[in-house]
Structures are given as C-alpha cells and as structure tokens.
Design a protein around this ligand. Structure first.
Ligand code: MTE
Ligand code: MO
Length: 449
C-alpha cells in the first residue's frame, strides 16, 4: 500500500520517520542578544519546531546581573504570617514528594516590538518564550510545613539578584490562591538538569499558566503577607489596563491590574522566509494558560479562509502543542497566518488591544514566505547611515550598568526618551542638567519610531 505525499509529509513533520543512519543530529538554535548585560536573550523562530525547548535555545530575561549563588551558603527562608518560620536546604526540599511539570515560560513583554505606538522595554519579537520540563516540589507542600496563618493573602518572593544603583529590587508577590495550586512548583531542575545560573540556579518558582514575571529566579526568601505589596515591580511594572484603551494614551493607575495569565498564542516555525513550490509542511507550536490547545487554523489569504492544522502528540495542560499543515505552495509571495483556539474557547485576535507597557501580545500574525524555484539572492544590507556621534557625556552617564544594546533596541519619540531618562536618573544614572539636552538629541534622533 502506498502512502500519499501528504501523509509522508505529515509523518515526517511529526518526527515519526526514522532518521536515516548517520544523519547529523540537528543542533539547537542559539538565542540572540537583545542585551548582553543585564542578559536578555531571544530564541530565533526556528526554535519553535521543538515541543520541548532545549535549554541552550531557551530565552533569558534578567532585570539585573545574574547572581552566582554558592550552594554552601544558599538556603530558602519562609517567614512572615506563618505558624513556624523555617529554612530549607536543597536537600531538605528534595525529601518532600517530587513534582514534575511541563510548562511554557513566556515573558509578559514577548512581542512588545510589534505594538504601535512603540514603548520602552526589551524589544522582543517572537522568541521570549519556551517550553521546558520543570522538576522540584509543590509550593503548597513546602507552605504546609510552615503553616500559613489565616490572614495570609500574598506571598512575597525574593531572589538573590541585587539591584544596580538605586533601581528597586526585583521582588514579586503571588496570591495565596496561586501558591496553593498543585501546579505551582519550586523547581531545581529544567529539562532533566539542575537549573543553569541564567535560569535561576538553585531554585525558582514555576507559576504554570502565568507570565514569566512571576517565575522568580534564584529564590531565597518567601514572606507571607496580609496585604498587597507595593514594591515597584508589583505596583508600577507588570500591570495592564482592565479594559481597552486608545493606543498611545496614558492610563490611570486605578485602571491597571497585575499581569497574571498567559494568552492563547501560536508561532509559525517553518518553512521560513523562502521555500520551493510544491507540498510544504508548515509547522509550529501553540500554547495557552492551562487550557489545552483545541485547534490551530492556517490562512494563506489574509484571513479570508482558514484550514485546520493537524495537532501532533498528546499535548500537555501548560506546554507547547506542536502542529503541522500540508500547504500547496505556488510561486509568488504569500502571507501565512496561524490562529490557535484553546479549550476555553479563547482564540488569537487579528488585532491587539494596545497597552502602555506592551504586555501579552498574541495577534494571529501574518508571516511572509517567498515561494520560488530559485533561492533569492541575499539582499545586500546597506550600511547604516552615518548618524550623529554620541556626546561625550553619554558614556559616563549611560554605559556603566549596561551598554548601548539597551538603547539601540528602542524606537521612541523625544517625549518617551525624556521619560526614560527620568527613570534612569531615578535609578542612579549620573546625568547633569547641562549634559541632558545633548543626550536627548542624540537618543531621539538615532533610536526613533
Ligand atoms: N529574581 C529574578 N527573577 C526573575 C527575573 C529577574 O530579573 N530576577 N526575571 C523574570 C522575568 S521578567 C522573566 S520573563 C523570567 C525569565 O526566565 P528565564 O530567564 O529563565 O527565561 O524570569 C523572571 N524571574
Ligand atoms: Mo518577563
């Protein structure tokens, strides 16, 4: 019995066909730098062919420098509104029942660069997300040992990373409700190995279904509180409007609520920017907030019509679900769109509601593919136009905590740069009133919308 080309294509996309003997193992794509220090690394879209993201490909997001935690003096302290304040070594934690979870970790700011008007922050495209196998203990098993007192409503989580200059320490709270969820873990393993320093060695929170800002790394202190915590990273950052707002407008603090759940989303990994005509496997992954992916649809006509993609494997509650679609590619330039729907009935929108910090982007986004028999010549990239050189004071004021990767990613108006300078001088950037105008001129002419 012969199998059709379409079936063969689907089987090969699913990884169901044996690799020919001696074929090279595919190497995991390396993430690229948005900023080397503090370290922000993004996974290229090729990474979305894997259900489990290899640790070497996994995105990294650090607000400050990665601390080098020594096991000899690391411990986890639990105090505040508990019956019995406790400290744990990693060996103590390992005596509790082991818990494992496959879950997507996605930065709340993933996709920020696509928002118009642009806003400040790490300019993620697609790859501020990955799916890993996490292992450790349930947070609720640890909390049970200490015994939460009745009034406790929030848990304040603090890692070993230290702020630079006068920036506020990265401290986050999660509601007790989320802490007691059996799917919330304290993990020491990622993909079967101890956490790497970038990903939070020795211990991090796994807030399954929630955006990355709650997944505190290098965790060393948990304090039970009976009130909302008003530190910068809870009260000001990681908040979005509770209702739609006009793009580019300022939003009143009272209308901003904390970011929690991820949105339903999909990414096209293959075929990339160019492919030969014929039957082509369009492949990628989809995920949501703990509601399994129910379907993925593909459009090659700007969303006028949709065809159902084939979901691969069994899927997990919080993980990536791989999908593939056999597409008949004809000569010309095409735009492909993938749109995921989860079991709760949430589907990716065709247009995103704008929010001031650029969180939770999940548009069903067109990707452009050129279908032609011949691979097009790589376009010659014109050298950047000679810009004005940075003023002397720029280096001393702005290049001590990080380099200009932070600035080069941004595309901001003069008014936005003014606000950014307020933030940075607040954090301790040594910028005199005399030097400021030339630096604003420089930044707003070089890194503009
Ligand atoms: N202590 C600490 N935890 C942290 C951060 C941080 O800067 N410090 N960054 C958070 C953010 S915003 C994200 S998106 C995730 C990123 O995790 P990763 O670097 O392992 O991908 O870690 C979170 N946990
Ligand atoms: Mo993040």
């Amino acid at each position: 019995m012969s199998i059709s080309r379409r079936e063969l294509l689907l089987a090969s996309a699913a990884g169901l066909l044996a690799r020919p003997a001696g074929s090279a193992e595919k190497t995991a794509p390396k993430p690229f730098e948005l900023s080397p220090l503090p370290t922000d690394l993004e996974m290229p879209v090729e990474g979305f062919v894997d259900e489990i993201t290899p640790t070497e490909s996994f995105f990294v997001r650090c607000h400050t420098y990665t601390p080098q935690v020594k096991m000899s003096n690391w411990k986890l302290t639990i105090d505040g509104l508990v019956e019995k304040p406790l400290t744990f070594t990693l060996d103590d934690l390992k005596k509790l029942p082991r818990a494992e979870m496959t879950a997507v970790l996605e930065c709340a700011g993933n996709g920020r660069s696509f928002y118009e008007p642009h806003m400040s922050g790490a300019q993620w495209k697609f790859g501020g997300v990955g799916n890993a196998r996490w292992a450790g203990v349930r947070l609720r098993d640890v909390l049970q040992k200490a015994g939460l007192k009745p009034g406790a409503t929030q848990l304040l989580l603090d890692g070993a990373d230290e702020p630079l200059g006068k920036m506020p320490d990265f401290q986050r709270t999660i509601e007790v409700r989320k802490a007691l969820d059996p799917d919330t873990l304290l993990a020491w393993e990622m993909n079967g190995k101890p956490l790497t320093p970038e990903h939070g060695f020795p211990l991090r929170l796994v807030a399954s279904g929630w955006a990355g800002d709650s997944w505190v790394k290098w965790l060393q202190h948990i304090e039970a509180l009976d009130h909302d915590f008003d530190g910068f990273w809870m009260k000001t950052a990681y908040r979005h409007p509770s209702h739609p707002v006009a793009p580019g407008t300022a939003v009143d603090a009272k209308d901003l609520i904390p970011v929690t759940d991820l949105n339903v989303k999909s990414v096209i990994a293959m075929p990339g920017e160019w492919v030969k005509p014929g039957l082509v496997a369009v492949q990628g992954v989809a995920w949501s907030n703990g509601s399994p992916v129910a379907k993925v649809e593909i459009s090659d006509d700007a969303g006028k019509s949709w065809k159902t993609a084939k979901l691969l494997g069994n899927g997990t509650k919080y993980g990536f679900r791989k999908w593939t679609y056999a597409w008949t590619a004809t000569e010309g330039r095409h735009s492909l769109i993938a749109r995921a729907t989860d079991e709760a009935g949430r589907a990716q929108p065709m247009q995103e509601d704008w929010n001031p910090s650029g969180y939770l982007w999940n548009v069903a986004q067109p990707t452009s593919v050129l279908v032609s028999a011949q691979k097009p010549a790589t376009p010659v990239v014109a050298p950047p136009a000679a810009g004005i050189t940075a003023p002397e004071a720029y280096k001393a004021a702005c290049m001590t905590c990080h380099d200009d990767h932070m600035m080069r990613q941004q595309r901001m108006t003069r008014a936005q740069w003014e606000k950014e300078l307020d933030k940075m001088t607040g954090w301790g950037a040594p910028l005199s009133a005399t030097d400021r105008p030339s630096i604003v001129d420089y930044l707003s002419s070089q890194f503009k919308p």
